[in-house]
Every structure is written in C-alpha cells, then in structure tokens.
Ligand binder design. Structure first.
Ligand code: ZN
Ligand code: ZN
Length: 274
C-alpha cells in the first residue's frame, strides 16, 4: 500500500518541526513516501524561504534521514520553487521540484496572494476587479508550464484562499473558470503534475483543498495527472484531510495518482493507496 506526501516544510523555512521530527511522524502515520519541499531561496521578496546557507544544511539533513530511515520509509529531497525565486537546474541534487506562485506584482511591489483577506482586497483594488487580478495570477502560473525543471504545480488556485464564501467571485463564474482552464490546459500540455493541496485546511483557513472541485474535475476530464499533498508545516497535520481528499479525488473521476519512486514518477491505482 502507498501513503505519500511530497509537500513538506520544516524549520529550515516556515515549518514548525525538524526534518527528523517530520520523518518520525510520517513513519508513525504509516506514510510510505515522504518528500521534503523547503521553500527555495526567494529572499528578495519573502522573509521565510531558505537562505543559501540553510539550503545546504537542508539538503544534508534530508539526505541523512533518507539513509537513516531507509528501511522504514522512502524519503525524497525536493524543493518548492517560487516562480520569482532562484531558478533550479533540473534536477540535481533534487529528486523533484514543486513550482508555485505566491506573489503577484502590483505596481512596484509584490503582494502575497495567500497572506490575508485584506491583501487580497488590495490586489483586487490594484487590478480593478477580481477577474483582472485572476488573469494576472494565472498568467504567472502559466509560466510554470515552460519551467522544464518543475514536476508538480503547487496549489494552482491559491488566489482563492480567502474566497471560500465566494466573497470575491463565484467559483462557477464562467469567465473565472475560463482563465483557470486555459492555465490548466498549458500545464497539462507540458506534462506537469497537479497537487491536491490540503494545507490551508490544516491551518484552519479553509474547509476544502486546492484546487476547487470544478477545476479538479476539469483536470481529470482533460487527462491531467495528480498527487495528494498536505503542504505540511506542522507534523500533526501530515495527513490532515487525507481520507476526505482521497474521496474527493475519486468523486472527480480519478482512478490513479502519481507516486514518486527512485525511478521517477509512476502512476498508481487509487486502490493501492492507504
Ligand atoms: Zn506554496
Ligand atoms: Zn508549501
């Protein structure tokens, strides 16, 4: 059986636990595959990503637990690369790379799309309306399609973090959906894997994962591949909403998910997942 999480943060960036604590928790929670994905250096814009010095320690630390616990769990070394951060060469030393958009440029400043409702209001005000903001956001996400080093697209509709009550836009707004669909089409064409990301649920900020189920259904109907990740920042939340998300994934029509192995990503039947 398989239980996998490929989106895990640690004390090296904005996570609450060490690499080893996360690993031990994953073993206890019967994960068979755990990938670490520290925020790649984007310090010119954020204040939480890994500095160059920390990145080197992070790599050593992950490789050390990979060896130490190799009989109990498959550990992989990944990184979450912001589209604005340092560009990684494919792939060494990383086993995989998550590509994410966390910021949109508004005038002469970068604003975080996932920071607060207030900042989302600021972004909407800057662009004039939510659809114009969404267009700029998805244009950034589209750039991931041409990043050959990226395997997984992180939280594709992160801009809707504060829209669960549809305060900014209705999730079935056809113009909004069209913007997201065009982006998804490009990413599928470039064979990117989409993640179902439950991280905001763990942090009490949402009740449903990214992407919205209409987008997840679209990804399925257009042949996109997915994996399930908890974007874990705190060990107790490693499998937060895991079973519920597995059900949602199947309700959207998926019968398989992608699993990282020493030979690269492989497609596995949902029945094989714990
Ligand atoms: Zn992220
Ligand atoms: Zn993350």
């Amino acid at each position: 059986m398989i239980k996998q999480n490929l989106h895990t943060h640690s004390l090296y960036c904005d996570g609450k636990n060490s690499i080893e604590e996360m690993t031990l928790e994953a073993i206890q929670k019967e994960f068979t595959v755990l990938g670490f994905s520290g925020h790649g250096n984007c310090r010119e814009i954020d204040d939480y990503s890994m500095t160059e010095a920390n990145t080197q320690k992070y790599i050593q630390d992950v490789l050390a637990v990979k060896e130490k616990y190799k009989d109990q769990i498959h550990i992989f070394l990944g990184i979450e690369e912001d589209i604005l951060g340092q560009r990684f060469k494919k792939h060494h030393p990383y086993d995989y790379i998550i590509g994410s958009v966390h910021f949109v440029k508004a005038g002469n400043q970068y604003l975080a799309v996932d920071q607060s409702q207030e900042i989302t209001h600021q972004l909407v005000a800057y662009f004039g309306d939510f659809l114009s903001y969404a267009k700029s956001y998805y244009n950034e996400v589209k750039k991931i399609a041409n990043r050959s080093e990226v395997d997984i697209v992180g939280h594709i509709d992160l801009l809707t973090k504060f829209n669960e009550n549809e305060a900014f836009i209705s999730f079935d707004d056809q113009e909004y959906l069209q913007l997201a669909y065009e982006c998804i089409d490009m990413l599928i064409e470039h064979k990117k894997i989409f993640e179902v990301n439950t991280g905001a649920i763990a942090r009490g900020q949402r009740q449903t994962p990214y992407p919205h189920h209409l987008l997840l259904k679209y990804i399925h109907d257009h042949g996109g591949k997915i994996c399930l990740n908890s974007d874990c920042h705190q060990k107790e939340m490693l499998d937060c909403y895991y079973q519920e998300a597995l059900k949602l994934i199947q309700d959207c029509g998926f019968t398989s998910m992608m699993v990282l192995t020493e030979q690269g990503f492989m497609e596995k039947e949902i029945q094989e997942f714990l």
